[in-house]
Design a protein around this ligand. Structure first.
Ligand code: NAP
Length: 236
């Protein structure tokens, strides 16, 4: 069977569970060598086992995105080993606390903005050069409908995802004359730990499994993808 991403090198953040885990598996199933990162080593090892069992290749890189030098260090390792990056998936995210805006504590703001906005910005800074070394660098950032839908009690998460949209869409304009493409992926609702925390009373079976959404990551990672600076919504 032909694999659409044979020989490509892909880095996926938040790969220990949920959407990132499913995206990493789907990219590996199409032949990409996946560099998988998150804090939870056990989740990354489970992913590694799953990818290898399916005949794919994976390198795990446990890391806290709040670590000040981890992202730059990872870029140095990728540069040394592969000299380029074909696919960057900035998927890791945190919800924070669903609460009135005036009650959001500074530490919650710092974590939500740190993981959802500052970390992707640092990936842009550290990896743009490596994406430009690829013949068709593809960057995918996971956003949310909350970025544009204004809902009470969601201020921190919504602000972080709105700012992420602005970051990626501005950066994409800088990439117009390059082979690199950067897009945002809005998964809609996905059956994950984050969704269960956001909507605790919901029957998980009513929400799509991450494996149903994973093919959209593969599509946006493809060298033939031409969209740039778009918000691509699952199921739209
Ligand atoms: P999830 O199951 O909670 O997974 C979040 C991932 O992010 C985990 O792998 C987690 O790994 C990683 N992560 C969180 N904080 C981190 C940190 N400080 N350092 C490194 N990794 C960190 O959530 P999910 O639903 O799959 O979310 C994935 C993305 O989809 C997020 O950007 C989210 O905002 C977005 N999204 C989800 C939905 C939905 O319905 N689920 C809807 C719209 C958008 P560790 O805990 O192991 O570090």
């Amino acid at each position: 069977m032909t694999q659409s991403l044979q020989g490509r090198v892909a880095l996926v953040t938040g790969a220990s569970r949920g959407l990132g885990y499913a995206a990493a598996r789907a990219l590996a199933a199409q032949g990409a060598h996946v560099i998988a990162t998150a804090r939870t080593q056990a989740g990354l090892e489970e992913l590694d086992d799953a990818i290898r069992a399916e005949g794919g290749a994976c390198t795990i890189a446990p890391m806290d995105l709040g670590d000040t030098q981890g992202i730059e260090k990872l870029a140095e390792i990728v540069k040394e080993r592969w000299g380029r990056l074909d696919i960057l998936v900035c998927n890791a995210g945190v919800l924070g606390v669903i609460t009135p805006a005036h009650q959001i504590q500074a530490k919650v703001w710092n974590e939500v903005m740190g993981v959802n906005l500052i970390a992707p910005a640092r990936f842009v800074r550290a990896f743009e050069g490596l994406l430009r070394e690829s013949d068709a660098g593809r960057a995918i950032f996971v956003t949310s409908g909350a970025a544009t839908r204004r809902r009470a009690f969601w201020a921190a998460y919504a602000a972080s995802k709105s700012a992420l949209d602005a970051l990626v869409q501005s950066w994409a304009k800088e990439l117009d004359d390059s082979p690199v493409r950067a897009n945002l992926l809005d998964p809609g609702h996905a059956r994950t730990k984050m969704r269960a925390k956001a909507v605790p009373g919901e029957d998980p079976e009513t929400v799509p499994h991450p494996d149903e959404i994973a093919p959209l990551f593969v599509e946006l990672a493809s060298p033939s993808e031409t969209r740039n600076g778009q918000i691509v919504v699952f199921g739209a």
